[in-house]
Design a protein around this ligand. Sequence first.
Ligand code: CP3
Length: 341
Amino acid sequence: MSKIVLDVLSGVIPQRPPVWLMRQAGRYLPEYRQVRATTNSFIEFCLSPEKAAEVTLQPIDRFGFDAAILFADILLIPMTLDRRVWFEAGEGPKLDPLSADDIADLEIGDVEAILGPVGETVSILSRQLPGQTTLIGFAGSPWTVATYMIEGGGSKDRWNARRMYWQHPEAMEKLLDLLADATIRYLVMQANAGAEVLKLFDSWAEGMPPRMFNDVVIRPTKRIVDGLKHAGIDLPVIGFPKGAGTSYRAYAEQTGVTALALDHGLDAGWATANLPAGMPLQGQLDPAVLGAGGKELDAETDRIISAFSNRPHIFNLGHGITPDVPVDHVHRLVKRVRGTS
Ligand code: CP3
C-alpha cells in the first residue's frame, strides 16, 4: 500500500496534503489521560512499550492521521549520558544542572540497552499501524537537549546554555558531539525497529547570531544526518529548527535533512521563495488558532494549504498541540485539510 507521507517526502505533490499534528498523542485526549493515569512517572510511562504504543495509536484511531509519531520524549537521551531526568507535575522536566566541568567527565553509555524499550515500542507500532499510516521516529536535536541539561530544566531564555557556548566553547562542542553520537545510535535503533521517517526537534533554535547557529544547530544536525547515512540508514529526515527565522535557509542548504518542519512564525511567502526548490515542507498552523477553532481555523487552514500548493507539503501545526484544545476542533481541521467539509 502506498503511504502518502512517504510519497510527499520523496517529492510528490498530492491533490490534498497529508496531515498529522505534533504532540497528537497527549493530554487533550481523554483516552490518553486514562492510560497516562496508570503510571506515575512520565519517564517510566515513556519506557513502557505496550502503553507507549497504545497512546501512539489513539490519535490514529480517532482522527485517521496520515502519520503516527512514536510516543516518547526528547529528554530520554540524557539518561544515556548517565544524567537523571524526572518530570514534576505542573512544572515540566527536571535534570541536575550541568556545568562545563561536569561535561569533561561525560561519556556515552549503553544507548541500545538504556533506551531499548523505545525500540520495542517502535516494533509493536510497525506491526500494529494501519497499512497507509507512516511511522515517524524522533529525537531532540543536540542544542535543544543541551539547553535542558545545562539549565536543569526549561528556562525563560536558556541563559546558562547560551553563555556556556561563548565562555566554554570546547565544553559545549564536546556536549553537542556526545549528544549527536548518542542520538545517531538511538535513531539507528528506531530505524532498525521499523521507523520509516526520522524527525529532529530543535525547539530552541531561535534567537542566536549566525555563527552560533552554525556551531550549535547546523553542525550537530549535519553530524547526525551524516552519521545515519554512514550507518546505512537511508530514511527521510525532517528537521525542525523552531524559531530559526531566515536561518531556516542555511539549515536547509547545509544540514542534509530531507524536509523542513516550519514553525508558525515563519512567513509562508518567504519560505516558498527562499527554501530550496522541491524540498518538502511541513507545517505551519499556529496551535492557538486550533485552540480558537471556528471560522479563523478554517481560514488559516485554507491559507496554509494554498501557500504551499506548489510544493510537496505535509499539513501540521507550527508547534505542539496544547492540552486545552477541544477534540472537535481537531476533527474540524482534519476534515478541512481533506476537503470533506
Ligand atoms: O508528538 C507526539 O505526540 C509524540 C510524543 C512527544 C512528546 N514530547 C510527549 C510528551 C514528542 C515528540 C515530544 C517532544 C518534546 N518533549 C519536545 C520537542 C517539541 C516541543 O514541544 O518543543 C520538548 C521540548 C520536550 C520536553 C518536554 N516534555 C516538556 C517541556 C514537557 C512538559 C510540558 C508539559 O506540557 O507539561 C514534556 C512532557 C510531555 N512530553 C508530555 C507529552 C504528551 C506531557 C506530560 C504528561 O503527559 O504527563
